[in-house]
Design a protein around this ligand. Structure first.
Ligand code: ZN
Length: 93
């Protein structure tokens, strides 16, 4: 038995620049907000919907990007005003 392959061209996308959808601020390092290259601060509010059936599927993502200042001053108070409580989870390595 032998196997043959077809070359398949795929397009991948990576984030170049994140902009806050509330105030228009641009992330300092393209896809993350802190200037410190070891710090991580990424905020995306997202709904992911779709269907998956093995190797076939369809995913739709509705997203809003928010800067840290708007997260603290607008998003958290808004959700807490609706009765939500944010959960904190940490990971160390
Ligand atoms: Zn903002």
């Amino acid at each position: 038995m032998s196997v043959t392959y077809n070359d398949v061209a795929r397009v991948t996308r990576e984030v170049d620049q994140v902009t806050c959808d509330l105030c228009g601020a641009e992330a300092a390092r393209g896809n993350t907000w802190p200037v410190d290259s070891f710090a991580i601060d990424e905020i995306t509010i997202m709904r992911k919907t779709g269907r998956s059936a093995g190797s076939f599927g369809e995913i739709n993502e509705e997203k809003v990007d928010v800067c840290p200042d708007c997260w603290v001053s607008k998003v958290v108070p808004f959700f807490e005003g609706l009765g939500a409580k944010f959960r904190g989870e940490g990971v160390q390595w």
